[in-house]
Design a protein around this ligand. Sequence first.
Ligand SMILES: NC(=O)c1ccc[n+]([C@@H]2O[C@H](COP(=O)([O-])OP(=O)(O)OC[C@H]3O[C@@H](n4cnc5c(N)ncnc54)[C@H](O)[C@@H]3O)[C@@H](O)[C@H]2O)c1
Length: 353
Amino acid sequence: MIRVGLVGCGFIGTAHAYVLQKLAEAGLVDAALVATHDADPARAERVARHHGGEAAPSLDELLARVDAVWVCTWTAGHLAVVEAAAARGLAVFCEKPLAPTLAESERVAAALATVPHQVGLVLRWAPVFANAAEIVHSGRYGRPQATVLRDDQYFPIQGRYASSWRKDVALAGGGTLVEHSIHDVDVLRWLLGDPETVSARTASRHGYPGIDDVAAVTLTYPDGGVAQLTSVWHRVLSRESSRRIEIFCEEALLWADDDYLGPLHVQTSDSRHTVEGAPPEWAAELRVPAELASAVAAYATPTKAFLDGLAGGRPGASGHPSAAEALAAHRVVDRAYRSAAAGGAPERCRTAD
Ligand SMILES: NC(=O)c1ccc[n+]([C@@H]2O[C@H](COP(=O)([O-])OP(=O)(O)OC[C@H]3O[C@@H](n4cnc5c(N)ncnc54)[C@H](O)[C@@H]3O)[C@@H](O)[C@H]2O)c1
């Protein structure tokens, strides 16, 4: 059995603990949460009480008891935990973003690269984007000419996120572009490859220095294709989080309004159809309330894949996406912020720089 430790027992840490518990209860993974740790001991105790394991009073004590660590602290806490876990050779699941700055993200990625690892860029496992990627990469509707991805979320210092660190640039690294839309930048890289240039404008209406609540990013590609990302943190509490994508290929328009199952709509000159996304069949075995089924499946899929890889015991096995993929997205985000600081001037964007 893989012994899992959870560091950071807030919103997403609790979600991971719940998902792991449900996977284990259904016999879908051979793993269990055995230890929790949080800078706030009451949070570690609460998660252990509800989802398994025991609260560890220190990071070192947690690391001594586990085979794999889920790093779910606020973003500025990832580096120290990842380096400590990697120094012991433990497998690491690290939440996105890797770190607040590109320099620290490089250090997180370097440490992760030494151990089996996976990054929490969960959209990589969403059936709707997998279907879009398959179609785009097949080239059957020609090349993408223009892609529009818009992402809106209520400013996540309230409602069910209830975190205060997301208004502190030292802890979060920035606002909606890095904290939330690193997912979108990663999806665009997956679909379209590395951009050649990036230009961006950002704004901070809510008044927290360094925390962009609007980002409008234009990415250009070597074949002349263009993508535009609009990312907004607003105050419409009835709109929790929503993504819409349109991909204009030469011979078809693809679009989706739902960032997990879709469906993906496809319109060509002579047909219009949908490609339905479906959760994996095993997700039906998870005993969870119906209203949580979709969200649980979205996180259970990458969790199970990572644990299955670890159980397979492949030396150096890495989960998906890897630290290298995450770091490439960070490089694009870093260029976007540099462009915004320069009034929107295009930045060259070779991700290997
Ligand atoms: N992949 C996703 O879908 C997703 C969703 C939400 C959050 N996240 C990411 O997960 C991370 C946590 O976000 P959250 O919403 O759970 O925040 P949160 O504020 O709810 O929880 C963070 C927890 O980390 C603890 N913490 C901070 N530093 C620590 C340290 N050094 N050691 C131990 N505990 C520490 C805090 O006390 C807090 O309980 C962030 O990096 C965020 O970007 C990812």
